[in-house]
Design a protein around this ligand. Structure first.
Ligand SMILES: Cc1cc2nc3c(=O)[nH]c(=O)nc-3n(C[C@H](O)[C@H](O)[C@H](O)COP(=O)(O)OP(=O)(O)OC[C@H]3O[C@@H](n4cnc5c(N)ncnc54)[C@H](O)[C@@H]3O)c2cc1C
Length: 513
């Protein structure tokens, strides 16, 4: 086998996963990472004794009844992280003091829906039956779909028939369309809150997420997102991979429509047989490759697809405990946040890290509050009036602290640390376009045209793209899947059998926070 030298751009989860699978299969790889840390968006940060987690709310594959469980084991994650499956996925708190609980257990969820919408028993059963189907099927897909032969398709159909029926039937119905079939006035008024996700996405996505949660296959870690990134970094380096930090790629080098290497922004040139970009899609296609290999489909996507709605994050170090509170909840507001630019966000999402021993000193708690915001507002403010940008960050935090005080009590007097990040922060640290935290919005218009996005660029050899810009709807499992599938295809093209190994428990990387 040729020992292909491969350069991967970006040490996010996609880039590091690709590196791991390539190293497992004898490729000689190095990763060029613009920043100083592994993980890209899968991150968190320490401030004055507190740790603020910037990523995982749920990880599909954390439990054994799911395809992704094996992949996370290959990357050493399962062996080195502890996950929790709470009774409630999330709790919605309405402004009048009432609640709706999105129970993880589908039977409890059914009861909760019947409580608020007894007249919709038939529709609720359709929903919960679909969730049960998703829960009951462990697809265990090991092979990249690109490599399926007839027998693979037949085996998949036999295993996934019911699952695929759910996805097919509900994949083109939005959450909003589904919710508006309810007769219940409560659901018709509040579906944007109780269905939790963007209501323009397919209801199949809600069914799938709740199905995995019901199967205890999608919990959240008591360790940090940064820890997950460190584990995969160590796995990659243990397999012989090398990461060059603070090495921003400015150009992807080509000769006769073949990629030959990369140039860093300090002028250093590295040659390679293959280059895989796991970095921001726009900057890869239109800056590093100067748009030379963008066809009409790609131009269409980058001109028309909406990117994931931006969010503002406020990390609060609070010197009290929240033992009786759910980990994940939303608070409906009387009116949209005032200090949040032109955004009309009337919902706060609150994550209380009360099961996470390393996140705060004893007797204290790390809390992250986030809300939708406008990327343009913060970008513009940062550029035109940096001082006002800082003031506005403080104003948002102040407003949020007041709101928490009113709703939860004993907040303001116990605040020890406040840390605010905006979409501009995401752009600055990871270069993701529009400060997007998950690539493209998982929204019906985008979903319907997803095929226009590509993993390789027309007319350019020795080059591939992976990561959350190469499909609609990102997320950690899907970027790992893309990386794994790509390496399978490369192995096949190279006449090699794709093989993987399961990592080991590594005490050296298991410190929390
Ligand atoms: C707040 C938040 C919550 C989330 N919650 C979840 C969740 O609960 N579950 C879930 O599955 N997913 C979640 N996600 C989404 C998930 O984190 C992302 O979809 C995923 O991490 C994307 O990985 P990636 O490797 O494709 O991209 P990135 O993480 O963006 O990695 C790209 C890397 O490339 C580097 N780079 C960029 N340009 C260059 C260059 N020119 N040269 C060199 N390096 C470069 C960047 O610095 C970065 O490290 C969340 C994300 C956020 C921010």
């Amino acid at each position: 086998m040729d020992n292909h030298t491969t350069i991967i751009i970006g040490a996010g989860i996609a880039g590091m996963a690709a590196g791991c699978y390539l190293q497992m299969n004898g490729y000689d790889t190095m990763i060029m990472e613009a920043g100083a840390l592994p993980g890209g968006l899968c991150t968190g940060w320490k401030r004055k004794g507190y740790y603020f987690d910037g990523c995982i709310s749920w990880l599909v594959g954390s439990g054994p009844n799911n395809t992704f469980h094996k992949f996370w084991s290959e990357l050493n994650v399962i062996q080195n992280m502890e996950f929790v499956n709470d009774e409630e996925f999330a709790v919605v708190n309405f402004k009048d003091g009432t609640k709706f609980t999105l129970y993880a257990d589908v039977d409890k969820l059914e009861q909760e829906l019947l409580r608020v919408a007894p007249e919709d028993a038939a529709l609720i059963k359709i929903l919960t039956d679909a969730i049960k189907v998703i829960s009951s099927v462990d697809l265990r897909i090991d092979k990249a779909p690109e490599l399926f032969d007839l027998s693979d398709f037949q085996a998949f159909k036999a295993k996934a028939g019911e699952y695929m029926e759910v996805m097919k039937k509900w994949g083109s119905v939005t959450i909003e369309e589904f919710a508006l079939q309810f007769k219940s006035e409560f659901v018709r008024t509040n579906y944007r809150k109780i269905f939790w996700f963007n209501v323009d996405t397919a209801v199949a996505y809600f069914m799938a997420t709740m199905g995995w949660v019901n199967a205890k296959a999608s919990g959240y870690p008591v360790d940090s997102s940064m820890q997950l990134s460190r584990i995969i970094e160590q796995r990659y380096m243990g397999l012989g991979g090398k990461i060059h930090y603070q090495s921003k790629v400015s150009r992807i080098l080509t000769a006769e429509d073949k990629v030959t290497g990369v140039e860093l922004d300090n002028g250093r040139i590295y040659h390679a047989d293959l280059v895989i970009s796991a970095a921001d899609g726009y900057s890869t296609i239109f800056e590093m490759l100067e748009g030379k290999y963008a066809d009409d489909d790609l131009k269409y996507c980058y001109e028309n697809f909406s990117t994931k709605a931006a969010q503002i994050y406020v990390g609060l170090g609070i010197s009290r405990t929240f033992d009786d509170m759910p980990h994940y909840m939303s608070l409906e507001l009387e009116q949209p946040l005032r200090a949040n630019g032109d955004s009309k966000a009337d919902n706060l999402f609150v994550k209380i890290f009360n099961k996470h021993p390393g996140f705060a000193p004893k007797g204290k708690t790390s809390v992250v509050v986030y809300a939708k915001t406008s990327n343009g507002y913060w970008e513009n403010l940062k550029e035109t009036d940096p001082r006002q940008y800082d003031e506005q960050k403080k104003a948002v935090a102040d407003e949020i602290i007041d709101l928490l005080e009113a709703r939860l009590g004993k907040i303001r007097e116990n605040i020890e640390v406040v840390d605010v990040s905006t979409p501009h922060t995401i752009k600055r640290y990871t270069n993701n376009r529009n400060g997007s935290w998950m690539g493209w919005e998982k929204q019906m218009d985008n979903i319907m045209q997803e095929k226009k996005l590509k993993r390789s660029l027309p007319g350019l050899a020795n080059f591939y793209m992976i990561g959350h810009w190469t499909q609609v709807g990102g997320g950690l499992p899907s970027v790992v899947l893309q990386a794994r599938n790509l390496v399978q295809v490369l192995c096949k093209e190279n006449g090699q059998v794709f093989s993987t190994t399961i990592g080991e428990s590594s005490p050296g990387v298991s410190s929390r926070g």
